[in-house]
Write a protein that binds this ligand. Structure first.
Ligand code: PLP
Length: 443
């Protein structure tokens, strides 16, 4: 599967790829995607690949969705950009209202940012400035969960510090207090809080929160699934206890649903599944169906109120991005929400969720698989260290590519994160190829 020589040469001469080892990329066959439709990526060499990761977890409704394409085209011809500072426009107003109407209860205010990292960064800043505006000094630190991921800007790296990625920045970031990850490798498909190690992890969170309550602006979590850490799925009870703890100690809770928002967990929002409302709620990725970058932070009214200035105090939030609440992306997000609602996208995932659960239940029996877990439209399995861990997972992902399935390992973890609109036949084909790839990777 190699592309024409000139594009490959230009690529190797000029393009700097994210999260990519340069030498490995230069040595590997060139993977050039030319177009995409539905659940398929079409390569320049004429192959069709099933997109098993929704193109970096964003393309929830599949590629080339006519309504989303049309929304972009139409809005681009009417108003393509207008500043939101001291000005407004209908698409952003309608989207803010719509998001407030579907978000967990109490999140009435919508602050737009550009991408995931700029939303989580804004949420951290809002939390710090909230306390400052109330006249409370020194509450400017965070608790984050071990191996959490909230984006790649310097501010959010502080709440998602992974030594392997971030060691060069150690002196430049302000590290959060880190609570143990509520992740249990041993209890496959186990949701019993009492025997789950999430309970132990919560004890670490609680101890940190009690010890540092006077310094803390907020706690930040990826609800129900720590995606980049390797699809670490954890029980809703953890979130419920965390909400109660934050209430008791007067801490803000930031829920980062950039990855899992919009149906991925089987519910529109993971916080909804857990029955909690955070104080700040970050959305991105699938908000625009994965077509253009946009993100949002939803906030409780009490937080917004703390940013009203009076004659003696300027309490304004001085933060903003050129493309925040852009009319095209707002119109696109509105069309995305229309599709979710009218086509009952999340409700119709129920059979696919059962298929994923059955497929990964089977995979858990493979000798190379240490454990497998599922949550909604996510299926993951971790390759045992004895079987080769990350090296095995890389071989399996390459084998999957040759079998016509695009997946991307996270260390020793292989997972499926298909578009929510994947049909039963397409999902069966994905699972078949996933199984075959694991078989092919076995030494
Ligand atoms: C939970 C979470 N938060 C934030 C981000 C950052 O989003 P972006 O890549 O759009 O900056 C990601 C990206 O994967 C994510 O998974």
């Amino acid at each position: 599967m190699s592309a024409g020589p000139s594009l490959r040469d230009s690529d190797l001469r000029h393009l700097w790829h994210p999260y990519t080892h340069i030498a490995a990329y230069e040595a590997a066959p060139h993977r050039l995607i030319e177009r995409a439709e539905g659940v398929y990526l079409h390569t320049a060499s004429g192959d069709k690949l099933l997109d098993g990761i929704s193109s970096w977890w964003a393309v929830a409704l599949g590629h080339g969705h006519p309504r989303l394409v049309e929304a972009i085209r139409t809005q681009a011809g009417v108003l393509q950009h207008s500043i939101l500072g001291n000005m407004s426009h209908a698409p952003a107003i309608e989207l803010a209202e719509r998001l407030a109407s579907i978000a967990p209860p109490g999140l009435t205010r919508c602050y737009f940012a550009s991408d995931g990292a700029s939303a989580t960064e804004a949420a951290l800043k809002i939390a710090i400035q909230y306390w400052y505006n109330l006249g409370v000094r020194g509450k400017n630190k965070f608790i984050a969960i071990e191996d959490g991921y909230h984006g790649d800007t310097l501010g959010v790296v502080g709440v998602g510090y992974v030594p392997y990625f971030h060691a060069p920045f150690e002196g430049a970031v302000r590290r959060a207090y880190t609570a143990a990850s509520p992740h249990c490798a041993c209890c496959q498909f186990d949701t019993d809080w009492e025997v789950h190690c999430a309970k132990k992890a919560f004890e670490s969170m609680e101890a940190l929160a009690r010890e540092h309550r006077d310094d803390l602006a907020a706690v930040i979590v990826e609800p129900l699934c720590q995606g980049a850490a390797g699809m670490r799925i954890y029980p809703a009870e953890y979130l419920r206890r965390l909400r109660a703890l934050c209430d008791e100690l007067g801490l803000l809770l930031i829920a980062d649903e950039i990855a899992v928002g919009f149906g991925r967990t089987g519910s529109l929002f993971a916080c909804g599944l857990a029955g909690i409302s955070p104080d700040l709620f970050c959305l991105g990725k699938a908000l625009t169906g994965g077509y253009l970058p946009m993100s949002a932070v939803l906030a409780a009214e009490t937080i917004y109120d703390a940013f009203r200035s009076d004659e003696a105090h300027d309490r304004t939030f001085y933060d903003g991005h050129t493309y925040c609440g852009n009319p095209i992306t707002s119109a696109l997000a509105l069309a995305t929400l229309d599709v979710f609602e009218e086509e009952r996208v999340v409700e119709r995932c129920a059979p696919s969720m059962a298929t994923i659960r059955a497929g990964f239940g089977e995979l858990a029996k493979h000798p190379a698989v240490h454990y497998a877990k599922c949550l909604g439209m996510i299926g993951m399995c971790a390759i045992a260290e004895e079987a080769g861990g990350a090296a095995f997972a890389r071989r399996a992902a390459n084998a999957a590519y040759d079998l016509g399935l695009f997946i991307r390992p996270l260390g020793e973890v292989l997972y499926l994160w298909p578009p929510l609109t994947t049909t039963a036949g397409e999902l069966d084909a994905m699972l078949d190829r996933f199984h075959s790839a694991i078989a092919a990777a076995a030494p």
